[in-house]
Ligand binder design. Structure first.
Ligand code: SAH
Ligand code: SF4
Ligand code: F3S
Length: 458
């Protein structure tokens, strides 16, 4: 390898494609931060790019296939432009990086989920002429310590507080792609968030981890303590977190939902199934009764809390009766939103080895039935929003039926569209009070009542 000095980079362009969860999107921000320091600019069109990066997701077959088909398209592009550098990272790369490098000759480098901060070294190796290498080692340090790096100008930031997962749900690949669970120290997270608020104007943070509510276990710190400390940061308006495990939803955590005014009135609490026997085969560590009791306690602590969830249908050998238990739980839980998926066998997991008699047709019929039922339930819940006044942070605009409408989210995570008063107003990142005129199962239409302007706390 030639010796290359990292401070001598000419301007170059990068195109990135990110698949998967918020954690992967946040990793992409961190990648861009490093690339920015190496004089790369993010571009929207892949034709312009000198470097292409795929940040991959391994959670279900579908996510995998989307990535493979896009990677395939680059084979032809690379033939025309041999100087184009193609790299992959993320969860697929962590577990299959070496094999992919071997298989796809147009792939130049691959790196794993724990190696993002080694990107400058990798670009130096590329510039030194090296190709076809992969790095997927795990960070061996006992403590998880980082500083949040962002390149955007929005008032919303993701902040990693834990990484990895030790839960080994029998269907899930994440413990193999993200490694052992580790938490940052409470004090580091609080200082990090305060710094984001003071120096970057951040008003809303989303605390990220595969299992955030087990934060601090190895440091004898707790998640409710962290939330209480973040709640004291002046200038911060909204604290969100994702994702949490029902088993780690302690009484103390439920209590702070009713006490901390900055904690969002929305909670994503994946249930996965409403059947006790399926939950057991999934290794989830709780029953439907326990889960429904959690919802009861949460709603007692905070009356209007909005709860969303994840559900997998067609787990190996799921019987009709087991599926009906999930349908029944939907009625009882009254979720505001559900992300639902057909079970997808992932190599390396326990469920992959389970003998499975269910047909794909049964799986997709069950998924459709579940989604239909949930839409009816959430449509009924959201109809009741009509006439209410809600505050939203405007995050973008869309054209709907030819009319420009601004779009924002309430602190309880509901999307509201509204028409601007003046056609040239730029309302992005304004806090707005809207009256809800109507609401469907997925979004609401509102009328602008009051514009609090930029950078106003709620
Ligand atoms: N850590 C989070 C979930 C991360 S994965 C949690 O435990 O809640 C996001 C969702 O993908 C999961 O909640 C689950 O519903 C779904 N999922 C994970 N593995 C899957 C698989 N093999 N097949 C189908 N869906 C899966
Ligand atoms: Fe996967 Fe379960 Fe960990 Fe969530 S808690 S990441 S579903 S193993
Ligand atoms: Fe996918 Fe990895 Fe997230 S598998 S869902 S990108 S943790």
């Amino acid at each position: 390898m030639k010796n290359v000095c990292c401070s001598e980079f000419a301007p170059r362009k990068v195109w990135m494609k990110t698949f998967g969860c918020q954690m992967n999107y946040h990793d992409s921000e961190r990648i861009l931060y490093h690339l920015d320091k190496l004089n790369f600019t993010l571009v929207k069109s892949r034709e312009e790019a000198d470097l292409v990066i795929f940040n991959t997701c391994a959670i279900r077959e579908l996510a995998n296939n989307k990535f493979y088909s896009q990677l395939g398209e680059f084979k032809k592009i690379k033939l025309k432009r041999p100087d184009l550098i193609i790299g992959i990272c993320g969860c697929v790369s962590q577990i299959e990086g070496a094999a992919l490098i071997k298989k796809f000759k147009h792939l130049d480098f691959a790196f794993g989920t724990d190696c993002i901060d080694r990107l400058p070294e990798m670009i130096c190796r590329i510039d030194g002429g090296e190709r076809g290498f992969h790095i997927n080692s795990w960070d061996q340090s006992e403590n998880y310590s980082i500083e949040t790096e962002i390149t955007h100008n929005s008032p919303q930031a993701f902040v990693n507080i834990t990484k990895g997962c030790n839960n080994y749900c029998s269907y899930c690949i994440v413990p193999y792609t993200r490694g052992r669970e580790k938490s940052r120290s409470l004090v580091e997270v609080v200082d990090d968030v305060r710094n984001l608020v003071e120096t970057r104007g951040i008003q809303e943070v989303t605390l990220l981890g595969q299992n955030v509510n087990s934060f601090g276990r190895e440091n004898r710190e707790t998640f409710p303590e962290l939330l209480a400390r973040l709640n004291e940061i002046s200038g911060l308006s909204i604290i969100r977190y994702v994702t949490s495990h029902p088993r780690d939803m302690s009484d103390e955590l439920i209590k702070v939902h009713g006490e901390l005014e900055k904690l969002a009135g929305h909670l994503h609490l994946p249930v996965q199934s409403g059947s006790n026997s399926v939950l057991k085969r999934m290794n989830r560590g709780y029953t439907r009764e326990y889960y429904l009791d959690l919802l009861f306690k949460l709603r007692r602590a905070k009356k209007d809390i909005v709860v969303s969830s994840d559900i997998i249908v067609g787990f190996p050998n799921e019987t009709e009766a087991e599926f009906q238990d999930t349908m029944d739980l939907l009625e009882k839980a009254k979720f505001d939103f559900v992300f639902s998926f057909c079970f997808s066998p992932r190599k390396g997991t326990k469920a992959f080895q389970m003998k499975d008699t269910l047909s794909n047709e049964t799986r997709s019929n069950r998924l459709q039935a579940l989604q239909k039922k949930q839409l009816l339930i959430q449509g009924n819940i959201r109809k009741q929003l009509q006439g209410r006044t809600m505050r939203i942070l405007v995050d973008g605009a869309n054209r709907m039926d030819g009319v420009l409408k601004w779009k924002g989210r309430t602190e309880c995570n509901r999307i509201v569209h509204f028409e601007p008063v003046g056609p040239n107003d730029n309302l992005r990142w304004h806090w707005i009070d809207v009256e809800i005129l109507s609401s469907t199962a997925l979004s609401a239409q509102g009328k602008l009542l009051f514009d609090h302007g930029l950078n106003k706390s709620k």
